[in-house]
Design a protein around this ligand. Structure first.
Ligand code: HEC
Ligand code: HEC
Length: 299
């Protein structure tokens, strides 16, 4: 009798120790390192011209869109060609309002429409991190876009329509990861004629985005979205980039996996998956249905 009781209390004791040891993982404080925020937000891949072997973070990567070609600027601390002379409040204004130190408006090819939702601590940590990166002298290329899309002042009106200024302290962590840092919805939500997100169709995918790519529906719709995916399927995609059918994602999504989802802490990745599972299901057929396998058509 006593022995059993002891066994029970030992088990209970072990359980308690286990719970205490597990606590840091569960009640983990949110990671705040500048490098972590930087990775999850994908700054490096957009601001480095990898194809042209350009210096890290010195800009020059081209983005061909329906509105013209945009080139990312130099965001290293170089005082002449980068952002070395910026103050912290210049940086905050860029991230929260999409405006440059001289007050002009950025184009949403820079996803400030997501970064606006970052909280103050993360913007601060990101700034400190950027300031520590090596300066690279490389002049910015001007965008190759024609009027009216090249008129920055028009962005003031665009922002009234489409910029929902943050921060959003009420958001759950999963939403924060998806819509402040990793900007999943910028790609997975269809856009209207002016290039603004159609948030009524959030995450429902698009046959053709402004960059001309097809982006799948990731709402939990069983026929047209990821409604049949299990948590493990998301986990597999977000850690190694593999889809349930064994293919690996390519292009835009493989970048998102390599700089962002694969670098999340396990707790953050889980929060992201939980968030995706709670999205409203939207029926929107984006991907071509796989051609039916017919006999005699082998290669
Ligand atoms: C999808 C690609 C993309 C991502 C991701 C991205 N940027 Fe940019 N960024 C751009 C483009 C394009 C511009 C130029 C916008 C313009 O000229 O209106 C820009 C502009 C900027 C500017 C203004 C620089 C200047 O000289 O005025 C800063 C600062 C900046 N980005 C920082 C960041 C940081 C920090 C991150 C990560 C949190 C980031 N960007 C992520 C594409 C991107
Ligand atoms: C720069 C654009 C872009 C960003 C940002 C992006 N995605 Fe994707 N995503 C894509 C594209 C394009 C595909 C299709 C890739 C393929 O099949 O090779 C895709 C595929 C997926 C799939 C697989 C869906 C299916 O049916 O095969 C999921 C799930 C997904 N993304 C979730 C996310 C999440 C979560 C984020 C944010 C962490 C994110 N994506 C960020 C463009 C993007």
């Amino acid at each position: 009798m006593y022995r059993n009781l002891n066994a029970v209390s030992i088990v209970m004791g072990l359980w308690a120790v286990g719970a205490v040891m597990a606590a840091p993982a569960n009640a983990q404080t949110v990671p705040r390192s500048g490098e972590y925020i930087f990775n999850l937000s994908g700054c490096e891949s957009c601001h480095t011209d990898k194809k042209g072997n350009g210096p890290r973070l010195a800009g020059g990567r081209a983005f061909k869109t329906d509105f013209g070609t945009f080139y990312s600027p130099n965001i290293t601390p170089d005082p002449n060609t980068g952002i070395g002379l910026w103050t912290y409040s210049d940086f905050v204004r860029a991230m929260r309002e999409g405006r440059s130190p001289d007050g002009s408006h950025y184009f949403p090819a820079f996803p400030y429409t997501s970064y606006t939702n970052m909280d103050d601590e993360d913007i601060k940590a990101l700034w400190e991190y950027l300031k520590r990166q090596p300066a690279q002298a490389q002049r910015n290329k001007s965008h190759d876009i024609s009027p009216p899309f090249s008129w920055r002042w028009l962005m003031r009106f665009w922002n009234v329509l489409y910029l929902d200024k943050g921060p959003k302290p009420e958001w759950p962590r999963g939403r924060y990861l998806a819509e402040a840092l990793s900007h999943c919805h910028e790609c997975h939500t269809p856009r209207g004629a002016l290039g603004g997100r159609d948030d009524g169709m959030a995450y429902a995918g698009t046959k053709r985005n402004p960059e001309g790519i097809t982006v799948p529906n990731i709402t939990p719709n069983k026929q047209t979205g990821t409604g049949k995916w299990k948590k493990g399927d998301f986990e597999m995609l977000f850690t190694i980039g593999m889809l349930p059918d064994g293919d690996f994602v390519s292009g835009a999504m493989s970048e998102s996996v390599s700089h962002s989802t694969s670098k999340m802490t396990a707790t953050d990745r889980e929060a992201l998956i939980e968030y995706l599972l709670t999205l409203p299901s939207i029926k929107n057929q984006v991907k071509a249905k796989k051609a039916p396998v017919s006999g005699g058509q082998e290669w």
